[in-house]
Design a protein around this ligand. Structure first.
Ligand code: B4P
Length: 192
């Protein structure tokens, strides 16, 4: 069973690469960003609360996203494996994920971090904002706040996996297919 965390700042290519990885490795894709946007689209109470934070470029509370992941893990059993996209985003979420996977007698194999500088992130997100309609991609100030939130709260998650010997960093700038090959190489190495 392969369980993968795809990590990186907003706009690093996590969602883009996840779409390709789920096909190649037959994994279940769990994106907390997508799950939250689906709650917003359905107009649930959780979605309304999440929207207020997401529109400001802030993280949604840990207990909310951990609860969503817990439900999805239960719903998708048995599964060939999972790709966690945009989760965990705090060390507390990382600890909770280990506990949840432990309950299903499995664990994270590897965490792959896509490295992209903030100038390129801003360029990509503003470009996506022209067509996606995502309120959090609409202006530079908001994107800066998301990157700051990442640096303050999410970047330490890399140390958590590094201490377990499960961390690999990949250059996230360049052609999507070449980055994909690099990620696959890292995954295959982790499975040997
Ligand atoms: P996410 O949905 O995870 O948003 P994201 O980080 O912007 O997505 P991603 O990084 O996957 O985008 P991609 O690079 O693929 O989160 C949104 C919000 O939800 C967060 O700000 C937070 O408020 C909340 N949230 C989510 N998870 C949470 C959690 N666990 N805890 C608390 N809050 C949480 O795409 C970006 C663009 O780049 C695309 O247009 C793509 O085409 C382009 N691109 C990708 N690769 C490229 C390449 N190699 N070259 C050029 N362009 C490329």
């Amino acid at each position: 069973m392969l369980n993968l965390v795809l990590f990186g700042p907003p706009g690093a290519g996590k969602g883009t690469q996840s779409e390709k990885l789920i096909q190649k490795y037959n994994l279940v894709h769990l994106s907390t960003g997508d799950l939250l946007r689906s709650q917003i689209a359905s107009g649930t109470e959780l979605g309304l609360q999440a929207k207020q934070l997401m529109d400001q470029g802030l993280l949604v509370p840990d207990e909310v996203v951990i609860g969503m992941i817990e439900n999805k893990l239960h719903e998708n059993q048995p599964a060939p494996g999972f790709i966690f996209d945009g989760f965990p985003r705090t060390v507390l979420q990382a600890v909770a994920l280990d506990q949840l996977l432990n309950q299903h007698s499995t664990k994270i194999n590897t965490m792959i971090a896509l490295v992209v500088d903030s100038e390129e992130l801003t360029r990509r997100l503003l470009l996506r904002g022209q067509t996606s309609g995502r309120p959090d991609d609409q202006n530079e100030e908001l994107i800066r706040r998301r990157v700051k939130e990442y640096n303050d709260k999410t970047a330490p998650v890399a140390d958590y996996y590094s201490q377990q010997g499960k961390f690999a960093a990949i250059d996230g700038i360049g052609e999507i297919d070449i980055i994909f090959k690099e990620i696959c190489h890292q995954i295959d190495e982790s499975l040997v």
